[in-house]
Design a protein around this ligand. Structure first.
Ligand SMILES: [Ca+2]
Ligand SMILES: [Ca+2]
Length: 238
């Protein structure tokens, strides 16, 4: 009974009031016409309504969060960084930064990974672990560039993505033999999206890793080498 409190068998609704109730229904029916018309346009927007994203802008610039939430979902992403190949990692890895970066505006925060003193082939392993399996995971790495005689950013997707979108200035497929890198020498300004690669995972997936390394030799000093991470997103209609 409690599942259907407004059942028409309720005696309060089976009296003469039923006449006005029918009028109400007819008026309501008239109003449903434009609603139905609008409904035909809804599927085009359905995908964006179902995208759940982290909110880096809610994080304090300069902090190094190890756990990031997807507001309103209960899902969290845990970030960890481990140096390899002789590079022990940077104290600033995982630090929240103000924009611009990756062609995004000043108002869009991002997270920094640095290979500041990494030698040729050494760098950083980044791991992202979700609190539950997610579908259609997507995020972008920013600013894979090549500073002449200083550093060349290179990334291997240790967890191969289902697909990726590579900026025209970059080459590679994210594998050990063909990492994502800039094709020609030259730095990319933070206001440009030309050094970006977007990784897409159909999932369900709970863990993603990638390796970020220095692709130029013989640089035993701070070479101010970095890439960035965008907000993470997955799709689920809640
Ligand atoms: Ca860079
Ligand atoms: Ca740059």
């Amino acid at each position: 009974m409690s599942e259907n409190p407004s059942s028409p068998v309720d005696p309060k609704f089976s009296t003469a009031d039923g006449v006005s109730s029918r009028r109400t229904v007819m008026r309501a029916a008239a109003w449903t016409v434009p609603v139905i018309a609008l409904a035909t346009a809804a599927p085009a927007q359905a995908a964006s309504r179902c995208v759940n994203k982290t909110n880096f802008n809610a994080l304090t610039t300069g902090t190094k969060p190890t756990q990031i939430s997807f507001p309103g979902t209960g899902v969290t992403a845990t970030l960890s960084y481990v140096g390899y190949g002789g590079f022990t990692g940077s104290s600033t890895n995982g630090a929240v930064q103000n924009g611009p970066q990756g062609g995004n505006p000043t108002t869009q925060k991002w997270i920094k990974f640095e290979d500041e003193t990494a030698q040729s082939g050494s760098g950083l392993d980044v791991k992202i672990v979700f609190s539950e399996p997610v579908l259609k995971l997507s995020f972008t790495l920013f600013d894979l560039d090549w500073a002449d005689g200083n550093h060349r950013d290179a990334v291997i997707a240790t967890t191969p993505p289902t697909s990726f979108n590579l900026a025209s200035a970059l080459q590679g497929n994210g594998t050990l033999n063909n990492p994502w890198r800039k094709t020609t020498v030259g730095e990319i300004p933070s206001t440009s999206l030309n050094g970006n690669v977007q990784l897409n995972y159909t999932g369900p997936i709970t863990e993603v890793s990638f390796r970020y390394f220095q692709d130029l030799p013989n640089l035993n000093r701070n070479h101010n080498q970095l890439i960035g991470l965008s907000d993470l997103a997955f799709e689920k209609c809640l």
